[in-house]
Design a protein around this ligand. Structure first.
Ligand code: DX5
Ligand code: ZN
Length: 231
């Protein structure tokens, strides 16, 4: 499905274009543009209006992107209360990887997600699995699952919208995760990344840089991607 092998350590940081800052009325054109300029994958932010107070895009956007871009890696970030409800839908819609938040899992939420079970379901559906932590959340709850994940995602802004300021305090969590994950697990950071902040993330071990506003809002998108690759 996708030519990118996420389980292989990349020779340089991967750039994940977060389409939340693309022009939604010209989505295919926007994606073609950033992919042509070197973005390695597309990051799809799904929000349910409950986990975060915003609504963005869902399964149908994923399906449309897959139809238009058969080989592109689609990294779907679920900012939703009940990620388990969407596994089969996103698998059928062509998602490459699904990530869900630690904050909606047991034991934080007694009636929440069983993370091990959900990771198993995501894998059985043929996708990579990722877990995400918000800036105020400690990373320790990820520990039991690290060897089952293709991706660990450290949020560097509070999720809900693009265009926010990078929170440098999360870099300690990236270092914590980097020292515990194996070579088959990517370490992604999301929020406020640009050519100025990305080098700090990469120095902390991040190898997938998500970028929305700094990329889609740039005059010279190719230059931004190049600078992130070299971060
Ligand atoms: C935030 C989303 C991010 C967001 C990043 O809730 O998960 O992917 O689009 O936006 P920037 O890069 O503008 O901070
Ligand atoms: Zn995201």
């Amino acid at each position: 499905m996708s030519r990118l092998q996420i389980t292989q350590p990349p020779p340089r940081p991967l750039v994940a274009a977060s389409i939340l800052s693309a022009d939604f009325a010209h989505m295919a054109r926007e994606c073609t543009d950033v992919l042509g300029k070197g973005a390695d994958l597309l990051h799809v932010d799904v929000m349910d209006g409950h986990f975060v107070s915003n609504l963005t895009m869902g399964v149908d956007m994923c399906r449309a992107l897959r139809r238009h871009f058969p080989d592109v890696y689609l990294d779907v970030h679920l900012m939703v209360e009940r990620p388990g409800d969407y596994v089969d839908m996103f698998a059928k819609a062509g998602a490459s990887l699904l990530s869900f938040h630690l904050e909606v899992c047991k034991p934080t939420r007694p009636d929440g997600v069983d993370a091990a079970e959900l990771i198993g379901r995501i894998h059985d559906a043929g996708m990579g699995a990722g877990m995400v932590v918000n800036p105020p959340t400690g990373p320790e709850g990820l520990a039991p699952y690290l060897d089952q994940l293709e991706l660990v995602l450290i949020m560097s802004v509070n999720p809900g919208r693009s265009g926010q300021k990078f929170i440098p305090e999360v870099l300690d969590k990236a270092r914590w995760a980097k020292s515990r994950i194996g070579p088959g697990t990517r370490l992604e950071m999301d929020g406020g990344l640009n050519p100025q902040t990305a080098p700090q993330a990469v120095a902390a071990g991040v190898d997938v840089l998500v970028t929305a506003s700094a990329l889609f809002g740039a005059e010279d998108r190719a230059a931004v991607i190049r600078q992130l690759h070299e971060a």
